[in-house]
Design a binder for this molecule. Structure first.
Ligand code: CAA
Ligand code: FAD
Length: 380
């Protein structure tokens, strides 16, 4: 098996690392405090090609493969997991979904703007009563001939207020169950579309999360993605790739915390020597390094599967399940290695520990990943 990273992939990894160090690091503590992410930074990410990494250049994208995307996500997440989720939603849920399943007109109208970072998008599946149980959509899209009338509430939507374009799943034919669900492109400016208050979160506080309300929003039929009733399949297929993005985010958070902990352990002295020379601390670092290496292989394998036309539902779910656990374990140990300083904001690791938790919850909780994995392994 060839695990080598190409010259081009190394360049992308370096570009993401440089961007994280020069543009993201200085304001990350402030964004965690204020829960605000400046649009100028999002625009810069767009200019550098990080918002449409896998999109065909003819629609303004970077035309790269998933492995490069995973490498960039890892580097950004080492420094700022909030920037990473903004990037992940736009790349793998919104742009990828539109490029794969959208019409040419939809791509020309929306994809180019999204891929270049002129604006960003949001993916709206979750509802107050439909999180893990995603088929139980209560939002309705009534078929009115040449348009739909959209009513309902979405919960927990990343990029909720900063997005301009929203991919919204809604039920058109409840009697058909999940085969009655449609995916609609909704613009922020559409009448009857309302953004709820920002959630005050534990982690990824730089990323805005909102509920959204739709009150008789008129959505033209040409804004439906795919055939009538394709909405749930659209969401599942899109999420299967999205989970590779979140697995990369988890890997990056873990690796970022580990790097800080290793540096600290080589500097901080107790009992006359660096704490890295106390075996208890050295073994923690050994465990962290081992877990991160294992997670990295799973993440790259899932990305490689996607790039090579293999099934990636299973490898993506495995990567997300494992990498998110590693993110939790590693960040907790990074705080421990920092002692009292680990509990203080300017050392970053307490934020990383708070950020890590979300990777076990969104884009399918760890329990949902186990459902996906167990169904897949038991099928064969
Ligand atoms: N690709 C294509 N189709 C798929 C699929 C996939 N990966 N997974 C399921 N489906 C299809 C099934 O084939 C089935 O279709 P048919 O009836 O035509 O065969 C249909 O979807 C329903 O599947 P199930 O019967 O398996 O449905 P279920 O009710 O048992 O639930 C589930 C399946 C995997 C648990 C699903 O509900 C799920 O993924 N839940 C989690 C939701 C989630 O991940 N939400 C994330 C929101 S976005 C987000 O969180 C973004 C962010 O944080 C930044
Ligand atoms: P529930 O489904 O109520 O689950 C509660 C608990 O029960 C969990 O531990 C779960 O694993 C467990 N559970 C549920 N069903 C089962 C089962 N069958 N077997 C075993 N255990 C089970 N959604 C979007 O659509 N778009 C977004 O952009 C988005 N961004 C988000 C950002 C943040 C910060 C957060 C917190 C959430 C976001 N979500 C988004 C929603 C997220 O995907 C859901 O929170 C998640 O899917 C879980 O749904 P729930 O919160 O309703 O929990």
């Amino acid at each position: 098996m060839d695990y080598s990273i190409s010259e081009e992939q190394l360049m992308i990894q370096k570009a993401a690392k440089d961007f994280a160090q020069t543009e993201l690091l200085s304001g990350v503590l402030d964004r965690d405090e204020t829960q605000k992410f400046p649009m100028e930074l999002i625009n810069k990410m767009g200019e550098l090609g990080f918002l449409g990494m896998m999109v065909d250049p003819k629609y303004g994208g970077s035309g790269l493969e998933t492995v490069s995307y995973a490498l960039a996500m890892e580097e950004i997440s080492k420094v700022d997991a909030s920037a990473a989720v903004i990037m992940s939603v736009n790349n793998s849920l919104v742009c990828w979904g539109l490029e794969m399943f959208g019409t040419e007109t939809q791509k020309e109208k929306y994809l180019t703007r999204l891929a270049t970072g002129e604006c960003i998008g949001a993916f709206c599946l979750s509802e107050p009563e439909a999180g893990s149980d995603a088929t139980s959509q209560k939002t309705t899209a009534k078929d009115k001939g040449d348009h739909y009338i959209l009513n309902g509430t979405k919960n927990w939507i990343t990029n909720g207020s900063s997005a301009e374009i929203y991919l919204v799943m809604a039920q058109t034919n409840p009697e058909k169950g999940h085969h009655g669900i449609n995916a609609l492109i909704v613009e922020k400016s559409m009448e009857g579309f309302q953004i709820g208050p920002k959630e005050n979160k534990l982690g990824i506080r730089g990323s805005d999360t909102h509920s959204l309300n739709f009150n008789d929003v008129k959505v033209p039929k040409e804004n439906r993605i795919g055939e009538d009733g394709f909405g749930f399949k659209f969401a599942m297929k899109t999420l299967a790739g999205g989970r590779i993005g979140i697995a990369s985010q988890a890997l990056g958070i873990a690796a970022g915390a580990y790097e800080l902990a290793k540096k600290y352990a080589k500097e901080r002295k107790t009992f006359g020597k660096e704490i890295a020379n106390h075996q208890a601390i050295a073994f923690k670092l050994a465990d962290m390094h081992t877990q991160i290496e294992a997670a990295r292989h799973l993440v790259y394998k899932a990305a490689w599967d996607k790039d090579n036309g293999n099934d990636y539902d299973l490898s993506g779910a495995i990567a997300k399940l494992y990498a998110s656990q590693v993110a939790m374990d590693t960040t907790i140990e990074a705080v421990q290695i920092h002692g009292g300083n680990g509990y203080v904001k300017e050392y970053h690791v307490e934020r990383m520990m708070r950020d890590a938790k979300i990777t076990q919850i969104y884009e399918g909780t760890s329990e949902i990943q186990k459902i996906v994995i167990s169904r897949s392994i038991l099928r064969n």
